[in-house]
Design a protein around this ligand. Structure first.
Ligand code: IPM
Ligand code: MN
Length: 366
């Protein structure tokens, strides 16, 4: 019997309640597939600030280091919003975690089941068959981490702030490999997004991507698009894309746009894969829902647990190599959602069904 060793970091808001549902689902799947769950829970985000004085305490990092993957909830909330930006849970927990484990490859599926097209703000005739795209976002480079990054007082009394956008060819090729693998497993079309008409980093990005794909994956259909155009094309006709592939900040913005056109933040999972291998020889990764802590509905049994459950499925697929178990979970969520248990924007509590109803429906469909 193989053992799945992972860290569980539920975080704040709806994090703990949807995490519990994901663990319940994992338990059922583990039984069916003869897997042993060995997880350790730790504080992260606001609750870690309250209990340990830091959003990402060393004790939590230690739990993560001993694990083969991290199942992450959500962090942040009104209670910690008045802290200085650098100390806020989102930034003080997620960014150091990404850096500590070199989580350079962020995979965000944008999936809207055809039955739920009404939930999208797009006109339904633009998406007659729902939406099925993926965004591959570079996650440890670019303007998020480049140095210098500082605010200084100038001699003339003015104040100046600097962020630095940096990319190395090797960083671009490393994430291109993930984009290639993703495109090969899907529609074989890659759209690389940059701002090569203005930015040096984008000129390097475009050149590197062109040469690398031509050499390593000539069978893929590669296109390039400026980020402003990509933002527009995404709302005009999202399914013109198969795999969107871009740098850190463009990916941050485009993946949120992708999330909203997919109708419900409560449905969107993500994987952030690391450069290192775990003890099983698979990529170490952090798996988290995209919807946030939804503090307004926390504790009300209203949160849609799907994104957390789908994130757990991605963990099984990428960090444990359990494709069949992952697909089983994804199919169960799809069945439950299509069965009408949850229909729309549940992360904001506008739906009637409860978290526990959703859990029952998904477990029944497993
Ligand atoms: C995300 C978030 C983070 C980011 C924030 C919370 C630091 O928006 O995961 O997309 O900008 O990367
Ligand atoms: Mn974001």
């Amino acid at each position: 019997m193989s053992t799945l060793k992972f860290a569980v970091l539920p975080g704040d808001g709806i994090g703990p309640e949807v995490m519990q549902v994901a663990l319940n689902v994992l338990n059922v799947v583990a039984e069916k597939h003869q897997l042993q769950l060995d997880f350790q829970q730790a504080d992260v985000g606001g609750i870690a600030i309250d209990n340990h004085g830091q959003a990402l305490p060393n004790s939590t990092l230690e739990v993560c280091r001993e694990a083969d993957a991290i199942l992450f909830g959500s962090v942040g909330g009104p209670k910690w919003e008045s802290l200085p930006p650098k100390e806020q849970p989102e930034r003080a927990a997620l960014l150091p975690l990404r850096k500590a484990f070199s989580l350079y490859a962020n995979i965000r599926p944008g999936l809207l089941y055809p039955e739920l097209t009404e939930a999208s703000p797009l006109k339904t005739d633009r998406i007659p068959n729902g939406i099925d795209i993926v965004c591959i976002r570079e996650l440890t480079g670019g303007i998020y981490f480049g140095q210098p990054k500082e605010t200084t007082s100038l001699d003339d009394g003015d104040i100046q702030a600097v962020d630095t956008m940096v990319y190395k060819k090797s960083e671009i090729e490393r994430i291109a490999d993930v984009a290639i693998a993703t495109a090969r497993s899907r529609g074989k079309r890659l759209c690389s997004v940059d701002k090569a008409n203005v930015l040096e980093t984008s000129v390097l990005w475009r050149k590197t991507v062109s040469e690398y794909i031509a050499e390593k994956a000539p069978e893929l259909e590669l296109s390039h698009m400026y980020v402003d155009n990509a933002a527009m094309q995404l709302v005009r006709d999202p399914n013109q894309f198969d795999v969107l592939f871009t740098e850190n900040m463009f990916g941050d913005i485009l993946s949120d746009e992708m999330a909203v056109i997919c109708g419900s933040l409560g449905m969107l999972a993500s994987a952030s894969l690391g450069a290192g291998e775990n003890s099983l020889g698979h990529p170490f990764g952090l798996f988290e829902p995209a919807g946030g802590t939804a503090p307004d509905i926390a504790g009300k049994n209203l949160a849609n647990p799907s994104a957390q459950i789908l994130s757990a499925a991605m963990m099984l697929r990428y960090s444990f190599g359990l494709e069949e178990a992952a697909a089983q979970i994804e199919n169960a969520v799809e069945t439950a959602v299509k069965g009408g248990t949850r229909t729309s924007d549940i992360a904001f509590g506008r739906d009637a069904a409860s978290t526990t109803d959703m859990e029952k429906a998904i477990i029944a469909a497993l």
